[in-house]
Design a protein. Structure first.
Length: 119
């Protein structure tokens, strides 16, 4: 049955540690290769990062900036990142910030696209 939730109900509330634990355990039973877990931004909790690390799994988790300022990211990318101009009128600024957690550092990468009117 389809269940629609409000946007305030994060997917993390519906997917407890148990489900990620089971998925990682089951995957380890069918392969001896290193795992790479891809999750949406609602699953960016420290608990999930630690669980992936405990299972020796790499992870790609969409970063959820929540209430952070996009302007602050752009300023950081312009000052410390790299800029590319794939075509006239378009600039892509890419910045990277190391985020130190309780267990290890991870890199948070963001690209910002700026469009300029051509005259």
């Amino acid at each position: 049955m389809l269940s629609c939730m409000k946007g305030t109900n994060m997917c993390r509330k519906a997917c407890r540690r148990f489900f990620l634990q089971q998925a990682l355990t089951s995957a380890k039973e069918i392969t001896s290769e290193r795992l790479c877990v891809r999750m949406d931004g609602g699953n960016d909790a420290q608990e999930n990062l630690e669980l992936c690390d405990d299972h020796g799994a790499d992870f790609i988790i969409k970063r959820n900036p929540r209430l952070e300022s996009p302007e602050a990211w752009l300023a950081h990318a312009e000052q410390h990142g790299t800029a590319s101009n794939p075509r006239e009128g378009k600039t892509i600024d890419t910045g990277c910030i190391s985020v130190s957690g309780v267990w290890k550092s991870v890199q948070s990468i963001k690209s910002t696209v700026s469009w300029y009117e051509l005259s």
